[in-house]
Write a protein that binds this ligand. Structure first.
Ligand SMILES: [Zn+2]
Length: 314
């Protein structure tokens, strides 16, 4: 496998609705020169300000990862970043005319398809890696979440989730090699629990996103009142519960789609470390908060590694 940096052959545009903003957004993924990394550009704001996909700009991690630089926000950046990493891209400009990329079906599938439709181009500068030499861990005692990385020649990720509910208990997912991202992970969609969805609908926190695409685990009674709300939100004549405990607006792509989606989120959030990784990540109960805290740790480790290399060279 080549170790040169990569970008897109040419630009590609996608449109859709942002999940939390409910706004129509146009996203153009453009090629970028070597050592650019991933850079968001807000074309709807004066001067087209840039926000680099850098973990030091993370300001919020509720229901998605939010970046902010000099007052300019980028929300729910993780599914797009996961697609870029999954397509083995190093450098890209991500132009958007809103703060949030389109949610599409809640997975990375359509971003991956868009990137593949224009193709990947090899560049003339070698890629740098964070080479993990010792075990690094971040734990959050409040939630019991823990992420660990151990040495490995490739970037591997395993996620274990346990929601402790009757409808969604323990699930695992593993990605052995990033070349398997498209087939194994990219089409795993975001999910929520009925009690959360109802709260988000009641508070107008999900505005216009096409939530008929969301996987909903039914963790409370489906009362006639709730059923009415869901029928309206989904634009359906009826909604009911499937035998596996999800709402019948869709079918699961994989029995462990929730664990696979959490793996997708880990890859997207760890992209904010700003470097390709050689190491095996084991994430127990991952979430955007622990993922980004761990990405900060990896980012610091990478800066340390670069300083050491520089000292050896000089
Ligand atoms: Zn997600």
């Amino acid at each position: 496998m080549s170790d040169m940096q990569k970008t897109l052959q040419e630009e590609v545009t996608l449109s859709g609705i942002g999940l939390h903003t409910g706004k129509e957004v146009k996203l153009t993924i453009k090629p970028a020169k070597e050592n650019t990394g991933f850079v968001f550009v807000r074309t709807d704001l004066e001067g087209h300000p840039q926000v680099e996909a850098d973990v030091n700009y993370v300001v919020a991690t509720e229901r998605g990862t939010t970046l902010e630089k000099l007052g300019v926000k980028i929300t729910t950046c993780e599914h797009l970043l996961a697609a870029l990493v999954g397509c083995d891209i190093d450098n890209a400009i991500l132009e958007m005319d809103a703060s949030e990329p389109p949610i599409l079906d809640g997975s990375s599938k359509y971003f991956v398809e868009a990137i593949e439709s224009v193709g990947v181009a090899e560049q003339s500068v070698a890629r740098e890696y964070l080479v993990v030499k010792e075990v690094l861990t971040y734990s959050d005692p409040a939630t019991g979440s823990e992420i660990t990385i151990i040495p490995s020649d490739t970037y591997e990720v395993t996620t274990m989730v346990d929601f402790g509910t009757k409808v969604l208990g323990t699930q695992n997912a593993t990605l052995k090699n990033i070349s398997e991202f498209k087939d194994e992970i990219s089409s795993a969609r975001t999910f929520s629990f009925l009690h959360e969805l109802e709260m988000l609908l009641d508070h107008g926190l999900i505005k216009g996103g096409d939530i008929s695409n969301a996987i909903v685990y039914v963790d409370k009674d489906l009362t006639p009142e709730t059923t009415e709300k869901l029928k309206k939100a989904f634009g359906k004549d009826n909604v009911s519960i499937r035998p596996n405990g999800i709402l019948d607006n869709l079918n699961l792509n994989y029995p462990n789609e929730a664990a696979r989606h959490k793996l997708l989120d880990v890859i997207g959030d760890l992209a904010l470390a700003g470097v390709k990784i050689k190491g095996k990540v084991i994430a127990n109960k991952p979430g955007h908060y622990v993922n980004t805290q761990f990405a900060k740790k990896l980012n610091r480790q990478w800066k340390l590694q670069k300083r050491k290399t520089f000292r050896i060279l000089t």
